[in-house]
Design a protein around this ligand. Structure first.
Ligand SMILES: [Zn+2]
Length: 483
């Protein structure tokens, strides 16, 4: 309730929040068309064109009346791999005598990749869109500065496409100056120009700060949001990583999906959804104002596992797949032909901080095996069938990478067989079967697949005299989803 009353107060306090504004939209369009124009040749980091983009942003900041965050001025130069680059770092100081020493940090990278196959990649969505939004967000927050308690840092990052260099520089400098823990949330506005096509605004990281979901929902206006607690992308990264990975700063990646011609010459200004861009600009301003004004706002204590480089401690998964079953008769030196069956079930896994994981599962499983005609044990076309519930317990060895994980494991399993048949033969199947297994698998984000090999250790049939000794060999291929 307190939260609700507070939010209503915020909405009233920040009138800029509400509607489309034609002047602002025209300015967004102007910024974007300039930054994504052919004359900037794709804003390659360390190039003259990168410097031109930076000069344009700086000119806008000066017009808005931004103040530099560092006494040396807005430009924060750095060099890597022989390239001379610079971030721009400005601040809108807060008004609370205590809270103004804390920060909400909004960043967008302005560099892009230059040329590809001799053609200019203008990077309109990536990330002239975020850079343009950031200028107008700064303007709105500046106009409402008197209502901010915390200070808001506005950062235009260079060298993102090279490997998040600009954001790494700022994060490291803030760490060296003992300021990194004062950043209560860092947002990367990276690719926000394709709202209409994507149909929603993607927000990744709401779990890293307090009341994340409600802060975002309450400021949504008419925007459709897709809120995720943590970033999960395996192969892409944005400037949030520089702050989250080493320094555990709460982060939010704001974007409209990978709908634009990503890193292609066709990523042009004409394709941008300016109405959506304007709504997103409003939205982020409101969220930032809310974060900067609520004294209770702060980190949740949780960080995306993709950033921490650790596997999530507890995982629940569902999986399903195919089984093939063959039956060995050691005394007859015979193994029957395997046939397809099905499996589906659940598993729970604990992942230690090192390479070990421990898993227990429960699977429904059908097994089927054909008995060939030439055997001396059975006549033609008999099929062995059973239905069972299998409970495997597995010790797993794995790498610590929540994005791409490779693992193998071994353990023991017990199966309760509640139904079995073997044509006209009257062997009684052992209801309780047990064995050992090993497995290997790969996991990409939430998705995984794995192979599982089981060898039964006790006897399949259990009627005493006359029954052949028999053991099941089961191979399973599963695909699954980890929640
Ligand atoms: Zn980008």
């Amino acid at each position: 309730m307190k939260k609700l009353i507070f939010s209503l107060a915020i909405i009233m306090a920040f009138p800029f929040a509400n509607a489309q504004n034609t002047d602002r939209r025209a300015r967004l369009e102007k910024h974007l068309y300039y930054l994504a124009s052919d004359s900037l040749h794709g804003r390659m980091a360390g190039s003259e064109d990168g410097a031109k983009a930076r000069a344009y942003i700086l000119e806008q900041w000066n017009e808005i009346g931004m103040e530099p965050f560092y006494p040396e001025g807005f430009e924060m130069p750095f060099s890597r791999n022989g390239l001379d680059m610079a971030n721009l770092v400005g601040v809108i100081p807060g008004n609370d005598p205590v809270l103004k020493a804390e920060y909400i940090l909004l960043g967008a990278h302005f560099d892009h990749i230059g040329y590809k196959d001799g053609e200019i990649c203008n990077g309109a969505d990536d990330n002239a869109s975020g850079s343009s939004a950031l200028i107008e967000i700064a303007r709105m927050l500046k106009e409402n500065q008197s209502k901010l308690k915390r200070s808001v840092i506005i950062a235009a990052f260079d060298g993102e496409e090279q490997g998040l260099w600009g954001s790494e520089e700022l994060a490291r400098k803030m760490k060296d100056d003992d300021m990194i823990s004062l950043v209560k949330c860092m947002m990367s506005i990276d690719m926000v120009g394709w709202y209409a096509t994507n149909g929603k605004l993607e927000l990744l990281g709401s779990g890293t700060f307090k009341d994340g979901k409600s802060i975002l929902q309450e400021n949504a206006g008419g925007l459709k949001l897709n809120i995720k607690k943590f970033e999960t992308a395996a192969l892409t990264a944005t400037d949030t990583r520089s702050f989250a990975k080493k320094y555990q700063v709460p982060t939010l990646h704001v974007f409209t999906g990978l709908k634009s011609p990503y890193h292609k010459p066709a990523d042009d200004a004409e394709l941008i959804d300016y109405e959506g861009l304007d709504s997103i600009t409003c939205f982020i301003s409101r969220v930032a104002a809310d974060m900067a004004s609520d004294p209770d706002f702060g980190p949740s204590g949780e960080i995306a596992y993709i950033h921490s480089g650790r596997n999530k401690p507890f995982e629940l998964a569902v999986s399903a797949g195919f089984t093939t079953t063959s039956i060995s008769f050691p005394d007859a030196h015979l193994t029957t032909d395997g046939a397809f069956g099905l499996t589906a079930g659940l598993s729970a896994q604990y992942n230690s901080k090192s390479i070990w994981g421990y898993r227990v599962g429960a699977y429904y499983e059908t097994s089927k095996s054909y008995f060939p005609e030439q055997t001396n044990l059975f006549s033609a076309s008999r099929t062995y069938r059973q239905q069972a519930v299998e409970v495997p317990v597995t010790i797993i060895m794995q790498n610590s990478n929540p994005a791409i994980r490779i693992y193998w494991g071994m353990g023991g399993n017990a199966r309760y067989t509640f139904d079995s048949s073997l044509g006209d033969l009257n062997y009684k199947t052992n209801e309780l079967q047990w064995g050992i297994h090993f497995m290997f698998g790969m996991k990409f984000g939430h998705f995984f697949f794995e192979d599982y090999f089981m060898r039964q250790f006790n006897d399949l049939f259990d009627t005493g005299a006359g029954d052949p000794k028999a053991r099941i060999n089961l191979t399973t291929f599963k695909i699954g989803w980890v929640f």
